[in-house]
Design a protein around this ligand. Structure first.
Ligand SMILES: Cc1cc2nc3c(=O)[nH]c(=O)nc-3n(C[C@H](O)[C@H](O)[C@H](O)COP(=O)(O)OP(=O)(O)OC[C@H]3O[C@@H](n4cnc5c(N)ncnc54)[C@H](O)[C@@H]3O)c2cc1C
Length: 394
């Protein structure tokens, strides 16, 4: 077994984890980042996202800067270097920053590799932690080179599903499956011929018809379609029931093939198309959230509330993918934004535990706004800074 001591241990190398680890290491903390996949980016990469949401204010005009700057800005600047001309696009009432998965992964990988003081362990999963007198003292992980025992001074849970929060015995929130948001599974299609602007409307229409006719499960009716960046490329984002989904990836793959067959039969431009990629796992929109020193509410979000310890700004709507009604959006007043207090990133029960990204201390409905990538990057950055700052307090 390999033994390792560090100042800050970051669990999970999704967007929040990368930002946490980089910001902690930049402040001089010896930082260890452990990621169970062989790539960085987590859900955003696995689910083939194409836009970073949550970066901008809710003004209708084209944004001239992001709300939080910092690492989120650096990531966007690096994406522009790889894909010159990339700029925010408006979709409905919001602005998004587009990217392609390959570039995004390269940017995240490079950000970590060039960061002094940061050790990254891929394909390594934290399986348990040992807490003593209200602090996490050790984490036990397994990777390609065997077992790893890490003794951290502070831990940031960026696992998306609150793995460390649960293992450490920290208090948390977990909504019952029927109240949780629809999960997602994405597949990529190539060889679509002249799909036209209406494909994002016609694809969901034919899929929902098939669901009504019971040819596919009912929950698939909220499946969406997005055009890709190159000719003939498109992405179907299937909506699935939330919950114990680790065993259901094969079923999702089979449903992806069924959906594609329906599209080939019903829409002429899809006739000769093929599936060229699929998510490796089903992605949950929400799950376990830490109980922090403060819990952000939907009212805080929609009223644009500010806090004395507000460290992150966001104007993303409360976007809830309801099991029965599909996506529902509740917007902030144009031009306003709310703040996330630092207390949402600090456990109320384990002293050296912080969290960032999808498992911050927020109500189920507030998480509908905070869970998007732009906000996750900024919560990650702030959790990294806070963890290091508090290590220095005697
Ligand atoms: C279907 C769907 C569509 C979405 N679309 C968009 C979109 O278009 N734009 C947008 O901005 N947001 C979108 N989101 C939201 C966004 O993808 C996520 O909320 C965000 O990426 C979460 O980032 P994270 O770093 O908190 O968690 P994750 O990306 O989930 O990363 C967590 C990481 O931790 C690792 N991990 C977990 N447990 C362990 C462990 N025990 N040991 C080691 N590693 C571990 C995982 O492998 C993973 O890499 C979408 C979400 C879903 C589900």
């Amino acid at each position: 077994m390999m033994n390792l001591s560090c100042d800050v241990l970051v669990a999970g190398g999704g967007v929040a984890g990368i930002a946490s680890a980089v910001s902690a290491a930049r402040k001089g903390a010896h930082t260890v980042l452990v990621e169970k996949n062989c790539f960085p980016g987590g859900t955003a990469v696995n689910c083939m996202h194409r836009y970073i949401c949550g970066l901008y204010s809710s003004c209708p005009a084209l944004p001239c800067g992001t709300l939080n700057g910092g690492i989120a800005d650096e990531i966007c600047e690096e994406i522009v270097k790889l894909a010159p001309g990339t700029k925010p696009v408006r979709m409905g009432k919001v602005h998004l920053f587009p990217f392609v998965t390959g570039d995004f992964t390269n940017v995240l990988r490079a950000l970590c590799e060039k960061q002094e003081g940061l050790e990254f362990f891929y394909e390594t999963r934290i399986d348990s932690v040992k807490s003593e007198r209200g602090n996490i003292r050790r984490a036990f992980a397994k990777g390609p080179n065997g077992e790893l025992q890490i003794s951290p001074r502070a831990v940031i849970d960026c696992s998306g599903d609150g793995a460390i929060i649960r293992m450490s015995g920290a208090s948390y929130y977990l909504s019952p499956p029927e109240e949780r948001q629809l999960a997602g599974f994405c597949f990529k299609i190539e060889g679509i011929k002249d799909p036209g602007d209406m494909a994002p409307v016609s694809v969901p229409y034919y899929i929902s018809q098939a669901a009504i006719e019971k040819k596919i499960p009912c929950y698939l009716k909220y499946t969406k379609f997005y055009h890709g960046n190159t000719e003939g490329e498109g992405y179907c984002l299937m909506s699935l029931l939330p919950g114990e989904n680790t065993e259901k990836t094969d079923e999702a793959r089979k449903n992806a093939v069924k959906i594609h067959d329906i599209l080939k039969r019903t829409i002429s431009s899809f006739r000769n198309s093929e599936i060229s990629g699929m998510s490796s796992v089903i992605a949950e929109r929400d799950g376990l959230r830490m109980k922090g020193e403060y819990t952000l509410t939907e009212e805080d979000v929609l009223s644009g509330r500010k806090f004395h310890d507000g460290v992150i700004k966001s104007a993303w709507p409360v976007e809830l993918w309801d099991i029965k009604k599909g996506p529902i959006y509740r917007y902030l007043e144009p031009g306003t934004c709310y703040e996330i207090p630092l207390r949402c990133l600090k456990s109320n029960s384990i002293r050296n535990l912080y969290c960032a990204g999808r498992c911050i201390s927020a109500s189920r409905r507030a998480l509908g706004s905070t869970r998007v990538m732009g906000t996750c990057i900024s919560t990650g950055e702030q959790a990294g800074l806070a963890a290091v700052k508090e290590l220095r307090v005697p």
